[in-house]
Design a protein around this ligand. Structure first.
Ligand SMILES: C[S@@+](CC[C@H](N)C(=O)[O-])C[C@H]1O[C@@H](n2cnc3c(N)ncnc32)[C@H](O)[C@@H]1O
Length: 647
């Protein structure tokens, strides 16, 4: 029961809590006047979070590395980029609510930040483990040009952005930390209040990874570190120990709101519920306390007799003619007095959940008391997720085998088993339309697992995959099989997995969403040249007209506007002709857009009469400023609540 506080709030700690909610990485520990630990603000870091320049100062507190401040600046820096829809490579574009996004995940996360702020229920990532052979995306804040030239690997669709992070790099760990830190800071914004993030990692960076996650999400939001027995034979291990495992680190955005619901019971677990009565199947759990404070001397209140009706097994706290047999909590091997798990009050109000039984102890028949633990009396019974996962299906070779069975050759070497992802997805409480995101998606195992899990439990989760179009090595099986980059593999994997799942279970998968909209990161839709009002000259009119890049189509502009206005990219829309102008209506009027030149007043009126929440036109469609004034007037009159913008 929560107690009345009976005193006013300690405003300083309340304020610190508020800052912690916004910037958990700026919280540090100090000691109060009594030497007790208390929370404090790391003002230098807070200043850095609020500044777009690197602030000089000492970086020698807590967990730090060279380039940490620059990573913060990089994460907060705006970019002039967009996501361009690619209908040809998408599957079921009109109906699907899944997304596949190609590009560097830091930039993609920045672009998605508004549209998906606090909207993603689960994030799973499997970043490069920094083994010394990984290619790492070169964010702006990394090395100087000389270092860069030396270390650039010439692979990658945008080859100039990737470098091989080998342990001869003086900033081997720092570069990796900066890479992850910047991305996680944005990922935290995208995660919903009750969202959960999972990070796969191995011994190379697990310690740094945990410290970074502690800093970004807050130590109190750490759910735990799961050992994944991924390689039971320990083959291929270098070093003195044969590594059989890697890690799956789990954090909640806010521990209190966390939605970790554990797993369904396995068959052998449900087999334990072998008894049945009118309330359903149950198992018997001894009422005597095992372990912990089990001695009578430690909890004297929990030592008391319980009386049993020998004919029915029903129990009572009173000894009378019906309840004749006495049971006491006695430790069977030492015969020492123990305790019950329940207090007298709890026993008294739950008689129907207890059962007395005669048992044989040390060759002697004695009475004991058991709790009837029902399988489904309070809804579906689940079991807490365990801290070690060693299911046979979690063997990393399964990931490879799954890829082989879909592609008939090894097009991707590091894919995780679908089982691992399904197990992680299943332990997070999710509803229809909840989003699962993976921004190091590789061969898109996470998308495959989402689709598979949706079939198994009927929940309609959506996915967002992000992947760099990293070029496939020309000697690789993938390249020989016709795949130029990893995105091509990921998209094809989802196509094949979706088709296979539908083929295997045609009856229950009719409505299953196995499609995805493809978007590709690109430079802004707008030309880079902008002029301030007093720089405009008459002969610049033609330039102004082309403020949109020549190769950009209507849909590029529409989706660019959605990103800027913070609308999700997965909703339905229609495009129609009104008096020869193309008009796009997004999600029934969340936004109406017309990017044609010279839009007549009558079309503007038709759009305004529909009272959309937002309307957007092309600046250059209004040849003169009076017609622009008209636009404002028309909306003021016909749809005063519509927010109107021009691009
Ligand atoms: C270990 S793999 C992930 C494998 C994936 N879990 C699977 O089951 O297929 C890491 C992936 O992250 C991608 N990657 C690395 N840096 C990236 C970046 N900056 N943006 C997007 N993807 C990146 C790599 O190309 C690689 O495909």
């Amino acid at each position: 029961m929560e107690k009345m506080r009976m005193e006013t709030l300690d405003m300083v700690s309340e304020n610190i809590k508020k800052i912690e909610n916004l910037f958990p990485n700026c919280i540090t520990e100090t000691v109060d006047e009594n030497g007790k630990p208390k929370k404090a603000i790391n003002f230098e870091l807070l200043r850095q979070m609020l500044s777009s320049d690197v602030i000089e100062g000492n970086e020698a507190y807590e967990f730090t590395w060279v380039g940490k401040k620059a990573a913060i600046v990089e994460a907060n820096k705006p970019i002039r980029k967009t996501l361009r829809p690619c209908l040809e490579e998408s599957v079921n574009w009109d109906k699907t609510e899944n997304l596949y996004i190609e590009g560097d995940n830091l930039e993609v996360l920045k672009l998605l930040q508004e549209s998906y702020l606090g909207k993603v229920k689960m994030i799973y990532i499997d970043p490069p483990y920094n083994t010394g052979n990984d290619f790492i995306y070169r964010d702006d804040f990394k090395m100087d040009q000389d270092d860069y030239d030396e270390q650039t690997g010439n692979i990658g669709e945008e080859g100039e952005h990737l470098f091989k992070n080998s342990d001869s790099n003086g900033r081997f760990h720092s570069d990796w930390c900066s890479m992850l830190f910047a991305r996680l800071m944005i990922a935290r914004n995208i995660l919903s209040e009750n969202g959960v993030i999972f990070v796969s990692i191995d011994e190379h960076e697990v310690d740094n990874c945990l410290k970074i996650l502690d800093e970004v999400f807050g130590r109190t939001n750490r759910v735990g570190v799961i050992i994944i027995k991924s390689n039971p034979r320990g083959s291929m291990s270098i070093g003195e120990l044969a590594n059989l495992h890697e890690y799956l680190i789990v954090y909640c955005k806010e521990a209190l709101n966390g939605k970790i619901i554990g797993h369904k019971l396995t068959e052998s677990m449900t087999d334990e519920y072998k008894f049945k009565d009118e309330f359903g199947s149950y198992r018997l759990l001894g009422l005597r306390m095992r372990g912990g404070f089990w001695r009578r001397s430690e909890r004297p209140n929990l030592y008391f007799p319980i009386f049993i009706n020998p004919k029915t097994g029903l129990i009572s706290l009173e000894h009378n003619k019906t309840y004749t047999e006495k049971a006491l909590p006695v430790q069977p091997t030492t015969m020492e007095d123990g305790t019950w798990r329940w207090s007298k009050e709890k026993v008294e109000s739950n008689y129907q959940l207890l059962l007395g039984k005669k048992v044989n102890r040390n060759g002697k028949d004695v009475w004991d008391v058991f709790q009837k633990d029902y399988l489904e009396r309070e809804g579906e019974r689940r079991t807490k997720a365990k801290s070690i996962w060693e299911d046979a299906e979690i063997n990393y070779q399964n990931g490879t085998a799954e890829i082989k069975s879909l592609f008939r050759c090894s097009v991707f070497d590091y894919s995780k088993p679908v089982f691992l992802l399904k197990k992680a997805i299943e332990m997070v409480g999710m509803d229809n339309d909840d989003i699962v995101m993976d921004f190091f998606s590789g061969s898109a195992t996470t998308a495959h697992a989402v689709i598979q899990q949706n079939v198994e439990d009927g929940i309609k989760r959506k996915f967002i995959m992000v992947q760099l179009p990293e070029r496939c090595d020309e000697n690789s099986d993938a390249f020989k099989a016709g795949f130029n980059n990893i995105c091509e593999i990921g998209k094809e994997r989802i196509r094949r997995a979706g088709a296979k799942i539908k083929e295997e279970k045609p009856l229950i998968t009719q409505d299953l969403d196995v499609g995805f909209r493809v978007f590709k990161l690109d430079d802004s839709n707008m030309n880079d040249v902008y002029y301030s009002a007093n720089e405009y000259k008459q002969d610049m009119l033609s330039l102004m007209e082309s403020n949109v890049k020549e190769d950009r189509a209507d849909l590029d502009l529409l989706f660019g506007c959605l990103l800027e206005w913070g609308l999700p990219l997965s909703l339905p829309y229609t495009s129609e002709k009104i008096e020869n102008c193309t008009v796009h209506t997004y999600n029934d009027g969340d936004l109406i857009a017309c990017f044609d030149e010279n839009v007549p007043e009558s079309v503007i009126k038709t759009i305004a009469k529909r009272k959309p929440l937002r309307a957007v036109f092309r600046d250059s469609s209004f040849e003169s400023s009076p017609s622009k004034i008209n636009l404002t007037e028309i909306f003021k009159m016909l749809a005063p609540d519509t927010r109107v913008k021009v691009i």
